[in-house]
Every structure is written in C-alpha cells, then in structure tokens.
Design a binder for this molecule. Structure first.
Ligand SMILES: [Mg+2]
Length: 229
C-alpha cells in the first residue's frame, strides 16, 4: 500500500461541537427542573468525567451524593425528546470543512474520548457521522496517541486537531511527525471573569485553554485554512 492521503484526526467535544452550550447550559437547565442542586450537578459531573462520561453514571453519582433517587428513565426521555437534533451545537465552520475535506479526498477520522454510547449519540445526532471514514472512541485519557500511532503508516501526512494540549503532547510523543493543531474556541473576551450565563457557555473549554503544553502546537480558533496548509 502506498500512503498518499492526508489523514485528519478530529476531536469532537469543544473542537467540532460546543459541548458547554449543549451540556453545561441546555441539558443542565432541563435537569435542574428536577430539583437537582446546581453545585451537585457540576461536582458529580467532574467526578464521573475521568472514566468517560455517560448520563447513567452521572445520575448515579448525583443520587449517591444527595441520597435521593432520581427518575433516570424520565431524564433519559428528556434527552431523547429535547435533544434529538444537535446540529445547532456544531461550530459554524464544521460542515463546510468536512465537505471541503471530502472534496479534497482526505481521510477523516473522529477521535473522541468518552463513553462510546454517549459520544456516538452526540456525533450521530449532530448529523456528521457520515463524513468520517472511521470513528474512534477512547475510554481512557491518553489513549488517543495509541490510535494515531496505530494508523500513522497509512497516511502521507497526519493532522490532528484537538482542544486538549495534553492529548496533543502525548500524540507528539508517539508520532513526532504529526501536525498538531490546538483548537481554542473560547472567544477572547470570555477568557476574563464574567457573568454566570457566559461562564457556563464555555465552562470546560476555558479550563483547557489555560493549560501549558510541552510541545509547540499550531493554535487556531477555526477550521478554516487547515486543509490548504
Ligand atoms: Mg475535546
């Protein structure tokens, strides 16, 4: 096999998809109507996240902390009914980029960390799953580098786009030739302290934006221009 294509490995949360707006604002709001304490919602989320988020795990953790039994089935129903079309949470440059990449015959891989069922639901409900040649869902932090390394020989060039500099550092360790692009979707004006509403809108994305990386990664706020470079 002669590797000719450029392979793009694209992260999903905070890179293609405004997870903060979807999850920390809209899903949270609909769940707080069940009487869940906002602080408990946030803390229990942080507790389950490292093992790969899933709604079930989150609700179990909230129950454990509050000592209450919550209507999990009803909560799931809310997600299914109110959040079946998630395309509105995609950043506006995503579909044009994916279209252009297919046009250029690039290979597209989705490389996402988290519980497979939950991640797949978000990607599929956003309507972009059909663009990808392959989708990878890693269960542990740091596993993305293994996936890129496994496929490194299949491509002439590898480009990885992620909002986590830790993940990009580990990918550089494993595949030094890969071009790594650090995606920062947080608007400059929102890096400053602000109101509760805008705090939630980029809640998690901002935590990533404050990290220091070991390698030099290209920094971008958009997918525009990535294909041509
Ligand atoms: Mg991400």
């Amino acid at each position: 096999m002669h590797p000719i294509k450029t392979g793009y490995f694209l992260d999903f949360d905070h890179t293609l998809f405004n997870t903060d707006e979807f999850f920390h604002r809209d899903v949270r709001d609909s769940f707080l109507r069940f009487g869940i304490d906002a602080k408990c919602w946030e803390e229990s989320y942080l507790a389950v996240w490292p093992t790969g988020y899933a709604l079930e795990k989150h609700v179990e953790e909230i129950c454990r902390r509050s000592g209450e039994k919550l209507p999990l089935n009803e909560m799931k129903q809310i997600v299914r009914d109110s959040f079946s079309d998630l395309s509105r949470y995609l950043f506006p440059d995503v579909v044009p980029f994916l279209e252009a990449a297919k046009e250029a015959e690039a290979w597209l891989g989705l490389l996402s960390f988290g519980d497979e069922g939950w991640q797949r639901y978000k990607v599929t409900s956003s309507g972009i799953d059909t663009y990808f040649d392959q989708m990878f869902f890693t269960a542990g932090e740091g596993r993305k580098a293994e996936v890129v390394l496994e496929h490194a020989r299949e491509f002439r060039r590898i480009v990885v786009v992620d909002n986590s500099s830790d993940e990009l550092d580990r990918i550089k360790d494993a595949v030094p030739d890969a071009r790594t692009i650090y995606m920062n979707r947080v608007p400059d004006e929102l890096t400053l302290p602000d109101s509760e509403v805008s705090r939630l809108k980029f809640l998690e994305a901002r935590r990533y934006a404050g990290k220091v990386s070991r390698y030099w990664h290209d920094v971008s706020k958009t997918l525009h221009g990535i294909l041509s470079v």
